[in-house]
Ligand binder design. Structure first.
Ligand code: PMP
Length: 408
């Protein structure tokens, strides 16, 4: 699509009044007009509806779930169970009677649960798994740990690296197709990259690996930022894992959704103990809030801001933006929805990234400035990441750009 053609309806920028109304629902944002929170990929801020749901629950029904026979306990059990159904609805699960939703502490915890309780027992000697060595380390360490654990038991599993395209940060889907063989049992992938902000084109992974291999999707940066709809045939994955705290809910909340159609049924092992009831209550309110606001519109808002930032930043000499060059160029072949999903990561040629982080905070900008938990990243691989959400504004981006320009 060229820049001159009118954008189809779904690509229109959302209404700024709509955004202002949503922004006003974040008490912490309203209380600090002098600051700009640009670190939502680490964790999101929480709307009043989520804070109210937590307050109401704790002051009217707080009890343990699945135990007790009195009304508060029963209400808590019902809240936990109905949130499972809410997650399935939110993800537009096409077969909710077959799938499972398991609550975890976050994406790291969720991926590790899958590795330990589902993947390890399913693998046998000579099997292969394909996992990402340049995404978030939460989506690498658990698979490596599984390989080591099985090796200690004399089961030799080959943990192979998903191939990447040079520069862009996307997977090399053609090379991936060549790696898949009869012993390939599992592929782990990421939906939106936490450093580059690019959509990792999951539909092309399914096309490359064929219909039988289970795919596990780290959706930490996509849920709440774009529609993650499992009734969409192009999202034919077997696990979706995300962190509630990046999607407007409280910290310590996460989800594993398992389709349960390829490989064994997902059953988290062992005694589960008391669930994070307050976190689950917050997740339910967060999903309701996101649904009402519309992940599609939220995504377009954040993508619009990221495009505004990249379009200006790429012309500024000392700054290098990491990731796919095509997703930067105004008027490139990519539709807006395919550009940076609200994440822009860059370096300054002469200013170390941690210094740049401190400088930006001295001007009121909260950004991430380190190696960003990227698997394989070393000490010298620091960068500054600006990650945007629906409460951020064009004015904040322009203020940030003015400071970045002043540092040239
Ligand atoms: N995967 C991705 C893509 C992430 O961005 C993050 C968090 N930055 C994680 C996994 C880990 O999430 P958590 O810390 O909530 O476990």
């Amino acid at each position: 699509m060229s820049a001159k053609q009118p954008l189809p309806d779904t690509e229109q920028a959302p209404d700024p009044l709509w955004q202002r109304e949503l922004r006003e629902q974040f008490p912490i944002i309203g209380a600090h007009p002098e600051l700009a929170y640009l670190d939502s990929a680490a964790t999101s801020q929480k709307p009043r509806a989520v804070l109210d749901a937590v307050q109401t629950y704790l002051t009217t029904s707080n009890a343990n779930a699945g135990r007790g026979t009195y009304p508060w306990a029963n209400r808590t059990t019902r809240l936990v169970e109905s949130t499972r159904e809410r997650v399935k609805e939110f993800l537009r699960d096409p077969e909710p009677e077959r799938s499972a939703v398991h609550f975890t502490g976050g994406t790291t915890d969720g991926l590790r649960t899958i590795a330990r309780d589902w993947l390890a027992p399913y693998l046998s000697d000579g099997d292969e798994i394909l996992v990402p060595f340049a995404d978030h380390r939460a989506n690498l360490d658990p698979w490596l740990e599984t390989g080591r654990l099985l090796a200690e038991r004399g089961i030799d599993v080959r943990v192979r690296a998903l191939p990447y395209q040079e520069v862009s940060g996307d997977y090399d889907h053609r090379a991936l197709g060549d790696l898949v063989g009869p012993r390939t049992r599992f592929v782990a992938a990421t939906h939106v990259h936490h450093v580059y902000g690019g959509d990792m084109n999951v539909h092309r992974i399914r096309a490359a690996v064929g219909p039988r291999v289970p795919i596990c999707l780290d959706a930490a940066q996509s849920v709440g930022h774009l529609p993650v709809h499992l009734d969409d045939p192009s999202l034919d994955v077997d696990f979706v894992v995300f962190s509630g705290h990046k999607a407007m809910a409280l910290p310590g909340t996460g989800v594993v959704w398992a389709r349960n159609t390829r490989g064994p049924t997902f059953r988290p092992g062992g005694w589960q103990g008391t669930p994070n009831t307050v976190g689950i209550v917050s997740l339910r309110a967060a999903l309701d809030w996101l649904h009402e606001a519309g992940p599609d519109r939220i995504g377009r808002w954040a993508t619009g801001l990221a495009t505004r930032l990249t379009d200006r930043l790429r012309g500024l000499g000392p700054y290098e933006i990491l990731g796919c060059p095509a997703s930067l160029a105004a008027g490139s072949a990519l539709p807006d929805s395919q550009r940076r999903h609200g994440i822009v990561t860059f370096r300054h040629r002469d200013i170390p990234s941690d210094d740049l982080g401190f400088i930006l905070y001295s001007h009121g900008f909260m950004v991430r400035a380190d190696s960003l938990c990227q698997a394989g990243a070393g000490e010298g691989d620091g960068a500054v990441r600006v990650s945007l959400h629906v409460y951020n504004t064009a004015e904040e981006v322009d203020r940030l750009l003015a400071v970045l320009v002043s540092l040239i």
